[in-house]
Design a protein around this ligand. Structure first.
Ligand code: MG
Length: 269
């Protein structure tokens, strides 16, 4: 009897592991406005598209960009307690060092961000493999994940707006190759009494391919729960996530955006 129970338990564990591998995600989380659950195990995963090889050396930043990281130091960043303690490594890159998230010393609102990231050799699976993230205003995460032949829930894969919107396609390059994100973030606006006036918006180009286009966010990105806006200042730090995996980043720059154009009355006569 005992032996039978052990065998049955082993079967259950094997079946669970198998279903995790095949269909990672949840079937008991709250339902998003689009009808899918948060991290829905049954949400279709975006089609895979080969973006072609990346550039050997990073492209130069535009002249008006604020350089957040060019390989020389981590001066633009800080950790939770003091200086950023991620490692500087070869190739003008930095590596997550299990010392916690890092964030920019300067605050940004509406902006265009360029960032390149690389996953280490595959270890683990789903969210446990090559996980990091880039957060705008410290709250709104574009997922960084090794999504090369690594099934996970669709709203948690690389270039997803975490827990809200999967990317349109999966263009993740293999581990050991550089991925490029070009992201346009529009910060949410709030009324004086704290109500939401307009939601945050994200456009993401991953390895030269549009994967999020002017997507409205439902609120700060969150794990296994529905997002909910809370008023915050118009600018906040850009944050990189330490999820315990030795992810690398290079060539990070940002251009604050002024979205209002001059009015006709101001033109020179
Ligand atoms: Mg993440």
């Amino acid at each position: 009897m005992h032996k039978l129970n052990t065998a049955a338990a082993a079967l259950v564990i094997a079946a669970t592991l198998c279903s995790q591998e095949k269909n990672p995600g949840y079937t008991d989380t709250p339902i998003l406005p689009d009808g899918f659950r948060v991290h829905d195990a049954n949400r279709p995963r975006p089609p895979v598209v080969d973006p072609g090889p990346g550039a050997e050396t990073p492209a130069r930043a535009p002249k008006d960009a604020i350089i957040l990281f060019d390989g020389s130091d981590l001066k633009a960043w800080r950790g939770r307690k003091g200086d950023a303690a991620w490692k500087l490594v070869e190739g003008g890159a930095m590596e997550v060092a299990r010392t916690g998230d890092i964030q920019t010393r300067e605050d940004f609102g509406d902006c265009q961000l360029h960032l390149e990231w690389m996953a280490p050799p595959p270890k683990g699976h789903s969210q446990g493999r090559g996980n990091s993230g880039v957060f705008f205003c410290g709250r709104y995460e574009v997922q960084v994940l090794d999504s090369f032949e690594n099934p996970t829930y669709a709203d948690g894969q690389a270039a997803a707006i975490y827990g809200q919107k999967p990317p349109l396609v999966n263009v993740t390059r293999p581990p050991g190759q550089w991925n490029v994100y070009d992201i346009v973030f529009v910060a949410p606006r709030f009324t004086d009494d704290g109500a939401l006036k307009s939601p945050a918006k994200l456009t993401v180009v991953h390895n030269g391919v549009v994967v999020q286009l002017d997507e409205e966010l439902l609120g700060p990105t969150s794990h296994k729960s529905l997002p909910k806006y809370r008023a915050h200042p118009p600018r906040g730090p850009i944050k990189l996530q330490d999820h315990g995996n030795p992810m690398r980043f290079r060539n990070i720059w940002v251009r604050p955006l002024r979205l209002e154009r001059p009015a006709a009355s101001t033109r020179s006569k």
